[in-house]
Write a protein that binds this ligand. Structure first.
Ligand code: GDP
Length: 436
């Protein structure tokens, strides 16, 4: 899901890199490309329009942050707007003051309601709740049985109509399930309801009747993220026909373009509470708009890094350092300053862990040695300002003095100075290559 959107957006934003200032034309071009990327991902037109307008206004309104370069600022704006259309804050389930909390599931047939009932039950159990499932899909042959199997796998009780009584009345089953849950002190009841292949009045009426009978604390509309543009119409039909307090996206593991997921919150005004990304009971989680947005932007947690950098670096500090690097004037004093600013952001392993691809390098991250960094800082602090500014003057006797003063061996000092010269050479070369 979102792969091609993610690729498109990332490359649009990458094109901005290395620009010192963004002109109006740069912003217009970027916004046009973002618009195309969103439309190609099947995001609903009104949502695309509002999104692009916001990004454009904000980018042109130059929310200038001295710690960020223009490209980073646009990334930040796009990210914040994405978080916004996905709902902003994470919305948690609202539990009733007087149990049982009733959670009703509604949605088309095949959207993943029954599977979700099992996932929710498992999740609720893990949260310390005592959930029960109610089988109120009496339409689809085998639906009750399927829920019972799901319940068994999740290790939760299922309230089902007695077999052999004909089709039965789902409203009645729902009502009795609530009474049973209350009587036996289950604290959450998840009500599975019937879906149809398409939206129809009969289906809506039945769902509305169940809703009236059990007055649910949450009605969750279950939306298969694989369906394209049609998802928005279905969501609107359910909003008008039954009403819902939240959305669950299913099949996010599929290869659909993701437009439905990106549109549903804006179109219906209701938040996404959970996301399902597989058939397994555990392939399910609370939906976090911020995490989803950074996943779409393909940037790991780079954005939280940007935010932390904004607060850790003094205005203009990073640019000054970059400028000095490119001019070959970077000194050990600058190095110390940068290192202190970076370390203000938290342990290095955590900072590195936020970079894209970091999930694949957990082992190496565990080995980042903070003590080694302490040692480097101690060595630089043991130097005089003149030595920091011009490490070439650090001869043999100075190295010995620095080593003694900072409690390390002479080899440590040698290593640091040598590495500094190597790094400086490389920075100058890189700066030349990238035209910085
Ligand atoms: P219902 O008719 O709404 O109750 O839908 P079901 O729960 O029976 O799901 C329909 C099909 O979608 C089943 O084959 C499920 O295994 C599958 N399914 C449900 N959720 C997911 C999901 O998140 N990812 C994938 N890949 N399949 C899912």
């Amino acid at each position: 899901m979102f792969d091609s959107l993610s690729d498109r957006l990332t490359s649009v934003l990458q094109d901005l890199r290395g620009k010192g200032r963004l002109s109006e034309t740069d912003i217009d071009t970027t916004c046009r490309e973002i618009r195309i990327a969103l439309l190609e991902a099947d995001v609903a037109l009104p949502v695309v329009r509002a999104f692009v307008k916001q990004v454009k206004d904000r980018a042109k309104g130059a929310e200038v942050s001295e710690a960020l370069n223009p490209a980073q600022q646009v990334v930040k704006i796009v990210n914040e707007e994405l978080v916004g259309i996905l709902g902003g804050e994470t919305r948690r389930v609202r539990f009733a003051k007087n149990p049982p909390t009733v959670i009703m599931l509604a949605g088309l047939q095949g959207s993943g309601k029954t599977t979700l009932a099992g996932k929710l039950a498992r999740w609720l159990k893990n949260q310390g709740h005592t959930p029960m499932l109610a089988a109120c899909d009496l339409q689809r042959p085998n639906a009750v049985n399927q829920l019972q199997i799901v319940g068994q796998r999740a290790g939760v009780e299922v309230f089902a109509p007695e077999p052999g009584n004909g089709v039965g009345d789902p409203v009645d089953v729902a009502r009795r399930a609530v009474a049973d849950a209350k009587g036996r002190q289950y604290d959450v009841l998840v009500v599975d309801t019937a879906g149809r292949l398409g939206v129809d009045e009969e289906l809506m009426r039945q769902a509305a009747d169940i809703r009236d009978a059990v007055t649910p604390d949450e009605v969750l509309f279950v939306l298969d993220a694989m369906v394209g543009q049609d998802a928005v119409n279905t969501a609107e039909a359910f909003r008008d026909g039954v009403g819902f307090s939240g959305v669950v996206l299913t099949k996010l593991d599929g290869d659909a373009r993701g437009g439905a997921a990106l549109s549903v919150r804006e179109v219906t005004g209701q938040p996404i509470l959970f996301a399902s990304n597989g058939e397994g009971l555990d392939e399910f989680d609370v939906f976090h708009p911020d995490r989803m947005a950074s996943r779409i932007l393909g940037m790991g947690d780079v954005l939280s890094l940007i935010e932390q950098a904004e607060s850790a670096f003094e205005a203009g500090q990073a640019e000054k350092a970059a400028q000095k690097m490119s001019e070959g004037e970077f000194t050990l004093e600058d190095f110390l300053e940068q290192m202190q600013a970076v370390r203000k952001m938290g342990p290095i392993a955590n900072i590195l862990g936020m970079l894209p691809g970091a999930a694949n390098m957990k082992d190496q991250l565990g080995q980042v040695d903070e003590k080694h960094l302490d040692r480097i800082q101690a060595i630089i602090r043991g130097m005089t300002p003149a030595e920091r500014a011009d490490p070439k003057m650090i001869n043999g006797s100075r190295r010995l003095r620095i080593a003694n003063g900072s409690g390390v061996g002479v080899t440590d000092v040698n290593q640091l100075v040598d590495r500094f010269f190597d790094a400086k050479k490389m920075m100058t070369k890189m700066a030349g290559q990238f035209g910085l």
